[in-house]
Design a protein around this ligand. Structure first.
Ligand SMILES: CC(C)(COP(=O)(O)OP(=O)(O)OC[C@H]1O[C@@H](n2cnc3c(N)ncnc32)[C@H](O)[C@@H]1OP(=O)(O)O)[C@@H](O)C(=O)NCCC(=O)NCCS
Length: 170
């Protein structure tokens, strides 16, 4: 399930961001982790107030456990597309279909509520698990973004993928 963020999500988020297995493939600055708790709280507040261009939601299991986050950003209202990002922050919940479920919920929300036509993403070329899960949903490869991310001092290619509203609902 997806729900609105609250400031009570801060500690979980802070802890997840200390976990290098979680942050390895996330496009975050070199100094991250660690963000401080204060910075984490400030970021959540910006998401809640919608002052940073993110539509970010918390991911919960069916019994209400907070396990990650998902967002739409770079929202192009004119051309009706946006970029999606996801992290299951609690590693105990990896590989159990929570990522797929959260992704499906966010796609429905983006296509219906935000009236988007296309949702796209950028994924590190070696993030095999994520790429496989995106293909399972129906994302199509658009192309390789060469040396698109500086990760630990090394330039990494990223794969750009997207899914259209018509493809998803078909
Ligand atoms: C990528 C991520 C969101 C996937 O979420 P998840 O809940 O672990 O994935 P799911 O259980 O929903 O798996 C969906 C599909 O992914 C693939 N997958 C998941 N775990 C896998 C594993 N250990 N090995 C290979 N493929 C795997 C499979 O295709 C699976 O479908 P299947 O069960 O039909 O084979 C999650 O692993 C994560 O948050 N990773 C860290 C942050 C990150 O990389 N974010 C993405 C940045 S672009």
């Amino acid at each position: 399930m997806l729900r609105d963020l609250t400031l009570n999500d801060m500690e979980d988020r802070y802890q997840w961001c200390l976990d290098k297995d979680v942050t390895k493939y996330l496009n975050v600055p070199e100094k991250y982790p660690p963000f401080s708790r204060e910075e984490t709280q400030k970021w959540l507040q910006m998401c809640i107030n919608r002052t940073n261009g993110y539509e970010q939601k918390a991911i919960e299991t069916e019994d209400g456990k907070h396990i990650g986050w998902i967002d739409l950003k770079n929202i192009d209202k004119h051309n009706k597309n946006a970029e999606i990002g996801i992290a299951i922050g609690d590693k105990n919940y990896w590989g159990k279909d929570y990522g797929l479920s959260a992704m499906r919920e966010m796609l429905i929300w983006g296509f219906i509520e935000l009236e988007l036509n296309k949702i796209w993403l950028r994924v590190d070329i070696d993030n095999k698990k994520a790429i496989k899960s995106y293909k399972t949903i129906g994302y199509i490869e658009e192309g390789i973004l060469r040396q698109d991310r500086l990760r630990n001092g090394e330039y990494i290619d990223r794969l750009r993928m997207s899914i259209l509203k018509g493809e998803f609902f078909n």
